[in-house]
Design a protein around this ligand. Sequence first.
Ligand SMILES: NC(=O)c1ccc[n+]([C@@H]2O[C@H](COP(=O)([O-])OP(=O)(O)OC[C@H]3O[C@@H](n4cnc5c(N)ncnc54)[C@H](O)[C@@H]3O)[C@@H](O)[C@H]2O)c1
Length: 286
Amino acid sequence: VHFERIGIVGCGVMGSGIAEICARAALDTLVVEVDDAAVDAGRRRIESSLARAVERGRLDEESRARALEHLSFTPELKDLADRDLVIEAIVESAPDKIEVLAQLDDIVGPEAVLASNTSSIPIGRLALATTRSERVVGLHFFNPVPVRPLVEVVPSLLTDQAVVDHVSAFAAEVLHRKVVRAPDRAGFIVNALLIPYLLSAIRMCESGLATAADIDAAMVEGCGHPMGPLALADLVGLDTTAAIAASMNEESRDPAHACPPIVTRMVEANRLGRKTGSGFYEYRQG
Ligand SMILES: NC(=O)c1ccc[n+]([C@@H]2O[C@H](COP(=O)([O-])OP(=O)(O)OC[C@H]3O[C@@H](n4cnc5c(N)ncnc54)[C@H](O)[C@@H]3O)[C@@H](O)[C@H]2O)c1
């Protein structure tokens, strides 16, 4: 049988999107945030995303109302006791995630599966924070979750094959995701390929070999990419790009994963890309 009662821990950029697709799939979805103010902010994030989907004709009014009926919120982790799948999407900090997973292990029933949306922390390390390492798996969604269908299912060396199959079937059939099986290595599949590409485009620009606009135009017009690498780095955020590169570099010691100095300087100057209005390009409000 499929999972029916879903818990989501953390309702920021990713948790809110994961909660939204669960509620839209008519699953009983209970979302945990740190306190009442964060609960309110998380709820508003989901409500405005649903409103946007209606405005853009991707969702009808009735489905929006039904999704909202399937969502509830709490500041108490212990309220997740009856959940059969809990997806953790809190900040990317190993000590924080380890603490939350250890607490969840005590709270949920013995059959429940614990999943993490981590981008870079080894799933095996998170699994060892629990007494159910065979029932812990990575579920790495993409931003914005309601729009990007991919999910990387990441088993650790300790994950039960039946759990991997169950979670994969659930993600495909109930959440309508495109599922790929990814290795428990920094970067999984997508970032392992994408980050070295973005960093080499940045190095090409940094060394003055070509302008940002020409590099982006080359990949858009010559290779049919929807967006060039420097515009994409601005969209991902240069802080996020640098952080993913750092964890891949820590694991691999591969120079292809080393962060170019220009990115470090831009992060220090808070030129993080679109979100701060300035990166490889300038962005004006609206
Ligand atoms: N942003 C992306 O593009 C992206 C893509 C894929 C995966 N991820 C991963 O998803 C996770 C979340 O990232 P995000 O971008 O949504 O971050 P975010 O900062 O937007 O949201 C994190 C939320 O977690 C909450 N939180 C922190 N500690 C908590 C706790 N103990 N209990 C409950 N809630 C808690 C915070 O209040 C915050 O609202 C990270 O592991 C990140 O690496 C991010």
